[in-house]
Design a protein around this ligand. Structure first.
Ligand code: NAD
Length: 372
């Protein structure tokens, strides 16, 4: 296969879809890889490293796309980038939310151009596809980084310290949503010495939280029926939501840092921290709302901004994985590599089978049609 990697053009995007390590493996398997010059620069992957891995460099996106069978990106292409994709090629990128007007327009355009668009967000959550799952790998980065942001904004230490200048008690952290990002946030906060509690609506999360040494808040509220067949949480009914809010309100006042990661696929983030709850928190406490991207778990979160209310700092960072671009790209690239191996025959030819469980779930356009 001839695979092209484009330089990201979206604001705040520092990742690259394939790193030199992944390129080396593709080239060893007989594929041709073309990298747009500077594509990895913001992730500390130099053009020279790609060349050493066996890739060819192209001066710009147009040159990289020429003759490409697969084009790999992190973010969805702009209209100008989409216009460069060869007829019959496969685009691999984050393409959601495809439901937005802009997203629908892009898909119609790609279908009309005969491009098969594979959305990385749609990798099915099955064991076989785990190593292609960018949502998981990037959530790991986000959970880790959220704790570091909170730690550096806090006016106090996280660990317990016993020093000649006095003893320091450990910080108390609450993690809301114990999925991939939340579990990584728990592990990171524990490594820094905080005493960690966590809450999730899925019963399966309880054991995972406890195995990381954190306390599970309001275990009675985490019900087996809260999980969908895909392993995600379903939206809560009004009475369940009220009980959840009461449990969080009971725990949040004593917290120094709150990392909120709760999400429902395709829906706005559930509101778990109200303005009244923030008013009960200690001045100097910090909330990092990882769910800011989908509106935020805290009522006072402003996506992309840091605000202060009642002495509490509320951060709503966007695209957290991009702020740790080297490792985020290494993990993203490994996911894309595994997907490309899945799309390749033993002889190295592109095989696009939309009846396949993985490829079919990811294909938003194929054969000139937009698929649902
Ligand atoms: P996500 O990003 O959609 O949601 C994050 C967390 O928020 C989830 O744990 C969810 O239960 C929780 N949540 C939703 N509403 C909530 C509420 N009102 N209050 C508190 N918490 C709420 O999910 P995710 O982290 O991407 O994945 C969730 C789970 O799916 C993982 O923990 C894992 O078990 C499973 N998973 C499986 C695979 C696989 O098998 N390949 C891959 C990734 C994840």
């Amino acid at each position: 296969m001839r695979i092209a990697v484009l330089k990201e053009t979206a604001e705040r995007e520092r990742r690259v879809a394939l790193t030199p390590d992944a390129v080396k493996r593709l080239v060893a398997a007989g594929h041709q890889v073309v990298i747009e010059r500077g594509a990895g620069a913001a992730a500390y992957a130099a053009d020279a490293d790609y060349e050493a891995a066996g890739a060819t460099l192209a001066a710009d996106a147009a040159a990289a796309c020429q003759g490409a069978e697969v084009v790999a990106k992190v973010q969805r292409p702009t209209a100008a980038e989409a216009a460069l994709l060869p007829r019959g090629s496969v685009l691999v990128a984050l393409l959601q939310p495809a439901q937005s007007a802009e997203g629908l327009h892009l898909l119609a355009d790609l279908a009309q151009r005969g491009v098969t668009a594979l959305a990385l967000e749609r990798v099915p959550r099955i064991t076989r596809a785990q190593s292609m799952d960018v949502l998981s790998s990037q959530a790991t980065v986000a959970g880790y980084k959220a704790v570091l942001l909170a730690a550096s904004a806090l006016p106090r230490f996280l660990p317990m310290l016993t020093t000649a200048a006095g003893n320091i008690t450990p910080a108390k952290a609450l993690v809301l949503g114990a999925g991939v990002a939340g579990l990584q946030a728990i592990a990171t906060a524990r490594r820094l010495g905080a005493v960690v509690s966590a809450f999730d609506v899925r019963a399966a999360a309880r054991e995972q939280v406890q195995s990381l040494g954190a306390r599970f808040v309001a275990a009675e509220l985490a019900a087996p029926g809260a999980e969908t067949a895909g392993g995600y949480a379903r939206e809560q009914a009004a009475d369940e939501q009220a009980r959840t809010l009461a449990a969080i309100a009971g725990a949040i006042a004593e917290m120094d840092l709150v990392i909120s990661t709760a999400a429902i696929p395709g829906r706005p983030a559930p509101r778990l921290v109200t303005a009244e709850m923030v008013a009960t928190m200690k001045p100097g406490a910090v909330i990092v709302d990882v769910a800011a991207e989908t509106g935020g778990n805290c009522e006072l979160t402003r996506p992309g901004e840091t605000v202060e209310a009642h002495g509490v700092t509320i951060m709503g960072p966007l695209n957290l994985p991009s702020t740790t671009p080297a490792h985020a790209s290494a993990m993203f690239g490994r996911n894309v590599l595994t997907l490309l191996q899945h799309l390749s025959t033993k002889e190295g030819a592109l095989q696009l089978d939309v009846s396949d469980e993985i490829t079919g779930a990811m294909a938003l356009t194929h054969d000139g049609q937009v698929r649902s």
